[in-house]
Each structure stands twice: as C-alpha cells, then as structure tokens.
Design a binder for this molecule. Sequence first.
Ligand code: PEP
Ligand code: MN
Length: 442
Amino acid sequence: MSINLDSWRRLPAAQQPDWPDHDELKKVVTELEGLPPLVFAGECDSLKEQLAAVARGEAFVLQGGDCAETFAGATADDVRNKLKTLLQMAIVLTYAGRVPVVKIGRMAGQFAKPRSKGTEVRDGLELPAYRGDMVNGLDFTPEARTPDPWRLLRAYHSSAVTLNLVRAFTKGGYADLRQVHAWNQDFVAESPAGKRYEQLAREIDQALAFMHACGADPAEFHTVEFYSSHEALILDYDQALTRIDSRTGLPYDVSAHMVWIGERTRQLDHAHVEFFARIRNPIGVKLGPTTTVDEALALVEKLNPDNEPGRLTFITRMGAAKIREHLPPLVEKITSSGAQVAWICDPMHGNTFEAPSGHKTRRLDDVLDEVAGFFEVHRALGTHPGGIHIEFTGDDVTECVGGAHAIVEDDLALRYETACDPRLNRSQSLDLAFRVAELYRS
Ligand code: PEP
Ligand code: MN
C-alpha cells in the first residue's frame, strides 16, 4: 500500500516560513530524510496506549516545557532542571490522583512558533517575526530574522541531544522516586507556598516508607517513561522525518512521540489537518474559545475516523474567564457522539496579557482558575479531566506574575528569558502541581 504523504501540499498551509531559497530547502529536506529516527514507532504506540487509558479515565497527562525551545537551551543544566521539575510535579499528581501520570515534554523538538503577526516593528524598522529557532533567530536584525532552511537540520540535532539527555536522566537513576520526593520536601520546607502542602508531602513520605518497609522496590521506582512532543508546524520538517514503520507498513512522524496541531493551524480543509490524518502517532489538537461543536466533531471524523483509542487528544485553551461557558458543549457533544478522546487543559494560552512594561505575561491565579474550571466542567458532566499542558521552565525566571514569591508586574524585567511566551518558573510549577492535587482531593 502506498500512502501519499504529499497530499497536504495542494492545500493552503498557514504559518509556513517564507524561505528565501527553495533549492537550499530541498537540500536540507533530502538530508533530513536520510537521518535516523529520533523515536521509534513502537514507542509512539506505547504512548498511544497510555493516552487510551487517559481517555478511559485511568491515567492523567502532564505535558509541559518551553513555549519555544532554543538551540542554546539544549544544555545539560537546562534539560535536567526542566525534567526535575516535571518529575516533581508528576509525583504529587500521581499520589493525589491515584492514577498513573503520563509524562510528556514539550521538549526535544519544540522549535517552531506560529505568530499572530508576520512582522515585528521596532523603532520604525519592520522585520519578519521570530518563528522559532527552527526557522530564524530571535535577534532583531535582518540577518537573524531571515528564515534559513539549514536551521531545520540544527533543530533535528538539538532534538537528538535533548532526547539523549532525557533518556540518560530518566533511565540512569536520576529519576529515582525517593530522590524526587526529597526534592519536593525541600520545596515544602523552603518555599513560602510550600508550607501549605506539608500535609500532602508527609502523606507521600509515609506511603514511600510503608512500601520500603514491605520490601517493595519495583523498577518503576527507579526509572521513568518519558515522551517527547512538539507542535508540528513546519510541515517540510515533520514530513522529512516521517518514516514507514517496518512492522506495520504505516507512516509515523519519528521526530517526536506525539505531535499536535496549534490553534492557528487547525482549519479542517488546510494542510496541517491533512498531514496529521496520514501519520499514525498519537496526536493533539488545540481548541480555543471560538471552536464550534461542528468543528470539533469534524476534526474527530477526519483525524480519527476509526475511533482508535489514544489516537486523539483535545488540548483546550479557553481562558479562565471562558472555560466554564465554552468547554461544556464541546465535551458533551463529543462524548455523546461516542468519540473516544482524551481531554487536556492548557491553562496558559487563553490567559496571556501585556503588562505595562510591555512584557507578555500570565497570572498564576488565572492559570489555576482555568484548571479549576476544567475540573468543574468535567466533574459536572461525568467525564475525565485528563491532564494539563503547561509552559514552564526549571529555572527561577520572572515571566508569569503571582505565586509564592509574589512576582509582581514590576519584577518581570528581572529575569525575563523566554524566546516566546511567558513560562511558569520552578516554584510556580510546583505550586500548580500541589494545587491540582488539592482539586483532585476536593
Ligand atoms: C503554543 O502552544 O505555544 C501555542 C502557540 O499554542 P496555541 O496553538 O494554543 O495558541
Ligand atoms: Mn506558547
């Protein structure tokens, strides 16, 4: 059976770079096509099975990482700090939810960004907008901002480096459950917000001590399954890394375990949906507040016609002020149609605003409120709040306001390092995990 992976090319593709030289692009694509897969199709299938469990209400997803990874950020410290924070969050959620937590990084491939404006103007100078390190550079110069197809190759290699570190950290003892719990105890002891979570941390401690006393020491305590994901925005890249799986003869995008379609590229008759319909990875689609029930049903029909469990995840990003109104009809109608989807809450992208200083920011309280709304909606409908999707970093940046260290708008300039959207810092992320745990228990 031959599968036409080029069918998207005859359709409009939103948010693609204006490459200055298509011959160069072709050379890069040919090189990418000859490179080894970053992940295996069998691993994508394992993730699909775990997401099927999420759709059934038997597991919870924690998906997160930078808004935009950078090539400079593919360092041991950076990757380790993110992983550490994510694992710390995962323990808390596992304990509170009493279900496995599926850990997925916005890591090892999250290098391309959709933009609401194609250009940026500073001091009268207009240049192409930054579209992620996979496309152009962040510096505001004509050289940096000109799209360069050779960056696609660097994105591949940076992803490989990151994934290699992630695999080493998660399999090499660093992810040991007791170790991760000890880090959480440090957070509880040291952070002003942490005090509130002493009780929960103590319970986890007791559970671990009990299992230790019983002699229970399963392999799961020492290593972690971790999956990679990114928004598959630049279709030339993701297609070049799509391979036919020798076991099944089916195409998988082997640049990541899971890929998602963003809010700006989910048009039904456009290229991204067409490409995603062809690959067999588990996939996500972001749904913003303007999504209609008909659109969501049509996405299910197009992207998961066989209703394969775990194949399709809807990542809703409504905004705290809208989720309680906009989410219920979607969940209700999709559920009554019989479609099996996992529902994940992205409480970041509907809650962005510009501070007086000009920094793009988000309030931790809004993020928490959207997650609370997400739980309320699903509980009222008897459906499963399947997980959260966040932008965070393991460092002490000052990009979102609020949280234990009471970052206020005037503090944003202190350590505002993101290449794109504002991320929760380490302590805000842990705060969020403990709050979600409280929602679970309430
Ligand atoms: C993102 O995830 O960084 C993003 C751009 O999200 P959305 O497509 O939901 O706007
Ligand atoms: Mn973002």
